[in-house]
Ligand binder design. Structure first.
Ligand code: PLP
Length: 371
């Protein structure tokens, strides 16, 4: 019994912490296996741009100093890239940071935050941490059902989270439907479109025609917030840097609660260098297209259903309870992500890795399922 729980806020009392993918070291310690492949956290298997290494070496001399609390240089680069004013940007320690700022800025205990079933796990966490009410719209074909969501907008709704594409399902919304939804949301309700996988989803080779760039709608919708991250296609998950784009009025509020120096100096420098290397980004996206074909072909060969995805991951129905399959894969040295806490007990989410890693996964899965 935690004696202090009685004095914690009601939201914190009921909170389950975020469950990250199992770290490689932990599997080594606990199971004694080596030569481990981790395909559990949607990281870029190529790592960051080589330019990142160069700028990080240069930053070493400055480590004793506080970072630029306003992130001037990175905001300039993002401003040029998105065609927005720097005053429209909120930098975050990962894009999870601005997701939380939105809730802290706009949601009081008892207010409602709306999101979809099977949506990204941070939404319920930041909602409950604020002692707010999570309103969960039922999914349709594993993806967001915008009609169901619209029907759940009420007097107390303050924030709506939409992940496009969604993690862990990989499902995505097309431009016309998403824009019509945003247009129908009352102005006093903040709509957050979380585009963590934007660069992967945007690739035309994935057949994601009509996948939208919600950042282009900021002038039209004063209540729209779009989040992006350097953790996925840019390969900087370990440094923690992301951002929100909005009109300046909302950014002004988010920046009031942003802790000073929430983005460290290495992250600021690395993000700028990563952004400048579009060639590396293209390589990452190209690899992802090829490996998506490899893994989904493998699923067809195994006779397993999967949810079509435009992210750098795919969720697979293993044909029964996925927990023992997850565990058996761990014994084979392959870490994927079980999805029971997303209401998907039959699915495993696998991140697309390097060709050899994906072959390891396919071989291990075949063995574990006795196929
Ligand atoms: C990974 C992810 C994020 C952001 O992660 P950060 O590392 O905090 O930027 C946000 N939304 C979704 C849907 C994600 O999968």
């Amino acid at each position: 019994m935690n004696r202090f729980e009685q004095w914690a806020t009601p939201g914190v009392r009921g909170l389950q912490p975020y469950q990250p993918g199992k770290p490689i070291d932990e599997l080594q310690r606990e199971y004694g296996v080596s030569d481990i492949v981790k395909l559990a956290s949607n990281e870029n298997p190529l790592g960051p741009s080589p330019r990142v290494r160069e700028v990080l070496a240069g930053e070493f001399e400055e480590l004793a100093r506080y970072p630029d609390g306003n992130g001037f240089a990175l905001k300039q680069a993002l401003s040029a890239r998105h065609g927005v004013d720097p005053a429209q940007i909120t930098l975050g320690n990962g894009s999870s940071d601005p997701l939380e700022f939105v809730v802290r800025a706009f949601v009081q205990p008892g207010d409602e935050v709306l999101f979809s079933e099977h949506a990204f796990a941070m939404y319920p966490i930041v909602t409950r941490a604020a002692s707010a009410q999570a309103v969960v719209a039922p999914a349709r074909d594993w993806g967001h059902d915008l009609e169901a969501m619209r029907a759940l907008i009420g007097e107390r709704t303050r924030v709506i989270f939409i992940a496009n594409p969604n993690n862990p399902t990989g499902t995505w919304l097309h431009e016309d439907e998403l824009k019509a939804f945003v247009a129908a949301v009352p102005e006093n309700v903040i709509v957050v479109v979380d585009e963590a996988y934007f660069d992967y989803a945007r690739d035309p080779a994935l057949g994601a025609a009509g996948y939208p760039d919600a950042s282009l709608w900021l002038d039209e919708f004063p209540n729209l917030v779009v989040t992006r991250t350097f953790s996925k296609a840019f390969g900087l998950a370990g440094l923690r840097v992301g951002y929100a784009l909005s009109q300046a009025d909302i950014a002004n509020l988010l920046n009031r609660i942003r802790p000073p120096f929430n983005v460290n100096s290495l992250a600021l420098a690395a993000a700028g260098a990563a952004l400048a290397d579009q060639e590396h980004l293209r390589r990452a996206v190209h690899l992802n297209v090829e490996e998506m074909a490899r893994v989904t072909d493998g699923m067809r060969e195994l006779g397993l259903e999967y949810i079509p995805s435009v992210g750098n991951f795919v969720s697979i129905d293993v044909g029964g309870d996925a927990a023992p399959v997850y565990d058996a894969l761990l014994h084979e040295g392959v870490i994927v992500r079980p999805l029971a806490n997303y209401g998907m007990p039959r699915h495993l989410r696998v991140t697309l890795g390097l060709p050899a890693e994906n072959e390891r996964f396919l071989k291990a899965l075949r063995k574990v399922l006795g196929k």
